[in-house]
Design a protein. Sequence first.
Lengths: 398, 429
Amino acid sequence: MTATQELRTTPRGPGLRARARGSRLVIIAVALLVGLVVLLVASDRDADIVPLSTWNTRASGTHAVTEILRDHGVAVRQVDRLAQARIEDPAATTLVVAEPSRLSSAQLASLDAYPGDVVVLGRVRAVLPSLGMDVRQTTRLAGGAVDAGCADPDARAAGEVAFSGAALETSDPDVALCFVDAGAAAMARAEVHGRTVTVLTASEPLTNAQLDRYGHAALAVRVLGAHPDVVWYVADGLDSSLLTASGVGGDDAPTDVETVPDFLPPGTGSAFYALALAVLVAAFWKARRFGALIAEPLPVVVRASEATRGRARLYRRARSTGRSAASLRAAAALRMGRRIGVARGESREALVAAVAHASGRPARDVDRLLYGPAPADEAALLSLISELDALESEVHRP
Amino acid sequence: MHITGWTVALAALGAVPAALTQSRGVAVAWAVGVLALALLDVWLAPSTSTVGVRRDVPTSVRLTRSTVATVTLANLGRRRVRGAVRDAWQPSAGAGRTRHPFSLARGDSIVVRTDLAPTRRGDRHAGPVTIRTEGPLRLAGRQRSLDVPARLRVLPEFASRRHLPSRLRRLREIDGRTAVQLKGAGAEFDSLRDYVIGDDVRSIDWRGTARRGEVVVRTYRPERDRRVVVALDCARLSAARVGDGPRLDASIEASLLLAALASRAGDRVQATAFDRSEQARAASSGPAFMTELADALATVEASLLEPDWPALVRLIESRVSQRSLVVLLTTVETSALDSGLIEAVAALQHRHQVLVGSVEDPELGVMLTDRGDSEALYGAGAAARAMLEREAVATRLRQLGAEVVLALPDDLAPAVCDRYLALKAAGRL
């Protein structure tokens, strides 16, 4: 290698790392900022406004009763999907299902097979027979404060409860109806398949708005706090997954069931996930530039005719036909005079006579065209210009 | 560092195990694994400092021609280096393929060529040379940029040189050196010779006839060794665009053709470009002048300043002591009344012959004859007005004794040369 001395090389040592060390503070600051953003995004749940949800702090929510239960040592866990329940010990768990009328028949079947205690909140319509209770929702409406009116210790402890809306009725003697007002009950309780199913069709007593009235709080704590664990589920009609608990569908708790359209083979979602990651890698591949962009100093570009075009627009805006005509006449006279040899400074008569002679037109005609009155409008300007063009084409060197 | 397309392909391949196991965890693990492999490859890749770089660029090229810049790469390390190099250039340098892959064994070197077809006059600068080395897995590698300054001077196109042969023929006719039976027209007395039938009787030298007893005639030849000063105005008005390029480009063409013609005619030419001060100058004598002129004018750019005409007059007076032909390549416009062009021409015309060359805008000619709609009529009026104003200024200049050439961009160079030849034939230099 003879030319080695002339060769240049990149400076030795770490490139990216050296630069990174120089700006360590910047990197730390960026990392902190990213962490903060992630924290804020993660912690910023949209305010829950679902009725009977334990996260809902509005009047329709059940946040207050959840807090009371937690104070009493009961762990309350709300799940978005029934499959996320994953109840390990049904004997020590109360499963709370709100809005049961939105459950599908398959979900009701999985609830029926569940061995632990169940509390049903809200309108029941015709779902209770599926849970083994011969209880119907009546069309009669009840209202006002009502006594327990039954032997159930929880109901008796609560004393008076106020409720309104749809109520329950039954013909089954095994079902205990409480808070009965004119034959319509607010609460039904029965032993089914060896577990207790409690139905509170009027859910208002448990809401944040009504919890402190009458014996509502006592009723809630006694009914919901019977076991150390509470799994809370608000049915929304969109979730189609089934209840997961040990004892349901055998001893093994089934895993989360994927809701993928069944016309795609299984694993498609995962494959697309992997491809999405590959797209991120491709973005990094393409984003890394092969050296810097080279700037081009660009010259100023102004068309030389800009000024004349601007003047034309001024003429047009002012409808200045006279000025345009005067310029065109003078220019035509200049060109014709040059062609037939009349100097620029010659008199009007001399030019008119020469042009008339060269074109064979009457002198009066030429005089009118070159020195006549200014045209009044655009139509007159147009005809003047075409006449000037015609005259100019007729002028030949004599 | 950088990654290659193989890394992306490998990452995409992760879709297969993810689909088979139906697990997103596998997909994430695969992607992380691929990135780890890529990082390992970066670590294993040879350092960019093992590649030595030298750039070789031709000093100048004429616009519309193409040339080749080369980069020499040498492997100074102990291992084989595989990778790519980017020979970056400004966009207007018109570089073709700038990325060149290479594979160098130990101690080996290679020359990569980048074709350059510049699209603009002036100095075109090269960007840094960027080196990428690949790791053994070809998944990723290292990348560094290295500043290797280089410059390619793009000379003016000189498209008007196609007019040169016809003008030289005319020059020879004036000179009397052609085969055509023409009297050597010119102003400078050359010699006496015997009268031949057909000679103009007006050129008979009666005193010589009386002395010799035979009829003799005087012959003339064009003046030689006259001074020609070409001054290019590169101020505000020269920046405006006419046709495809700024007015300045037409002025440069004209000065190149005139300089070529005048130096063949035996005159001494010097050129200057100025706005408020001198921007470029070419004043050497002999055959090197044309090269110097093209080189000097290559980098002249029009500035957005008002020209300082009195300063130009002082400059020219300080440069030439004899009577010369001063060619001002500028713009004849109504603003010349205020800028001092007329006073400058008057001052120069005292001792010299002034020729003012001005580029006309072809668009004004189009506007002048356009009769399309009412807007075009007003446009024609405005264009006629501009033409009258220009003619008025040109008339003022002619009254001062200066020659005025108004021509379209492509016609300016031959028109100026024709006027020069006419002045030479008339002996007015």
